[in-house]
Design a protein around this ligand. Sequence first.
Ligand code: NAD
Ligand code: LMR
Length: 330
Amino acid sequence: MTKAVVLGAAGGIGQPLALLLKSNALVSELSLFDIVNTPGVAADLSHIATPAKVTGYLPANDGLLAALKDADLVVIPAGVPRKPGMTRDDLFKINAGIIRDLATGIATACPTAFILVISNPVNSTVPIVAEVLKKHGVFDPKKLFGVTTLDVVRASTFVSELHGDLGLAPSVVVPVIGGHSGVTIVPLLSQASHPLPSLSPEDLAALIKRIQFGGDEVVKAKDGAGSATLSMAYAGAEFAAKVLRAIKGEKGIVAPSYVNLAADPAGAKVLAGELGRELEYFSAPVELGAAGIIKINALGNITAGEKELVNAALDELADNIEKVRLSTDL
Ligand code: NAD
Ligand code: LMR
């Protein structure tokens, strides 16, 4: 029996993500919370012939706590998306308070759940959740994840496009590390499962930039109507499916995620050596187990160019993390 919860379930990401979780046979109970429209979304999804029992909750009558009660997995796409001209960090002010309040509910109702944070700016919202859980004495770094899977999905797609064969996309795997904003997104193309076609330095730089700024491409195309929702729902469901398989006991599942490095002190030490700097949070390939992160994997062999990309990410990442510590109202 596995209970999954979506917080922000009536939104652009929340609805298709809820649909994909309802389609996952490993979910036996699906609980949907939002400040609007969840009864309708839940009624709609509940007619789908899959095992999960679906229930919708609104804030009235302690709806957040009722939605979260005894959850095994909580996915959070609640909050405001970007408009053209904004950075993800511009969302901090409005989304930080939303995430703080939702994390307080988790600390009370399901402190041992796996928590998957989608809401931006991920580089800061993950530390916010951690700080709230610490305040309540229930923080387990092995179970908190910033969802950076969309960067991995984009990398697979763009590399397969370069091969001229989108049919390759589902099997192309590119580790993407660092964080989830602009230059903090670092694709390790030298470790791609499929060798890249021969590229000029300019074309390689353009590919890296497209992976780093893929979010802007969608924000621009949506022209004020929000950011990536459908591709994010796909990516969120992919990562959630891996966590669900790990909860069920499957071994050897590895995926990049933005995590608190205290989840694996030995792995964090190796990573700090590779980065040349200690950070509290970083997106690295992590091995998942039934009780959360088993291991944070080292970056391994990376090229001089990739090392430069990593160096360029570190200051912004450190600032995004520090911003949470400096916020007095969290
Ligand atoms: P949206 O506006 O379509 O949906 C957000 C939903 O959150 C709405 O239904 C809204 O009612 C709900 N909400 C607001 N405050 C809430 C609260 N206090 N409790 C519960 N629900 C609340 O936005 P979206 O396009 O779905 O994007 C959501 C977030 O995900 C944004 O912050 C966006 O930047 C982020 N995002 C992250 C990634 C990623 O790769 N991690 C990708 C795309 C979008
Ligand atoms: C993305 O990468 O698509 C998301 O983080 C949304 C955004 O603001 O770009």
